[in-house]
Design a protein around this ligand. Structure first.
Ligand SMILES: [Zn+2]
Ligand SMILES: [Zn+2]
Length: 169
């Protein structure tokens, strides 16, 4: 199993193999050691993959299953398809316009089936490749929103450590 995460100390993007048995993961940029909770990996699942019970980094117990695919690339393909079809439309080539649009849609469908799933953490965005799905399901907006607000509150608290909980009108 591999993990891709943002180093909590230096904010570098780290991709590392998760040691078996579970142990600290070093950051190649700052040398900081990430010590995952002992219960974060709970042995093999039915499909023979390592099973994550909680995030190794933050360590939230809320993860979701997503496509292991950079979102920007997905958006890039759609944008390129739209741009290409606009150019073809400007040339008044209707066949080419539709060929580009259908071609882009086809690429997206093929990628959807070819690209494997990975687990991602709602709170810190860490991704786990080659991990079993376990009890985790697809993306849930409500859980995402809950974590977003928690992170925002923590940041707010870090900015004003002395004032504490000041009620606002
Ligand atoms: Zn680091
Ligand atoms: Zn996390």
């Amino acid at each position: 199993m591999r993990v891709a995460y943002t180093c909590p100390s230096c904010h570098a993007a780290v991709v590392a193999d998760v040691p078996e048995p579970l142990g600290p993961i070093g950051c190649p940029a700052c040398g900081g050691r990430l010590v995952p909770p002992a219960d974060a990996v709970v042995g093999g699942s039915a499909d023979g993959l390592a099973q994550v019970s909680r995030c190794l980094v933050c360590p939230s117990a809320d993860l979701f299953v997503r496509k292991d695919f950079p979102q920007r690339l997905g958006v890039g393909i759609v944008v390129a398809g739209l741009a290409g079809s606009c150019v073809a439309w400007a040339w008044r080539d209707m066949w080419l316009t539709f060929a580009i649009l259908f071609g882009t849609a086809l690429v997206d469908v093929v990628l959807f089936f070819v690209v494997p799933d990975c687990l991602a953490c709602y709170r810190c965005g860490a991704r786990y490749r080659g991990a079993g799905r376990g009890r985790f399901g697809g993306f849930d907006l409500e859980t995402h929103e809950r974590h977003r607000q928690t992170v925002a509150r923590l940041r707010e608290g870090a900015r004003q450590p002395a004032s504490g909980e000041s009620p606002r009108p």
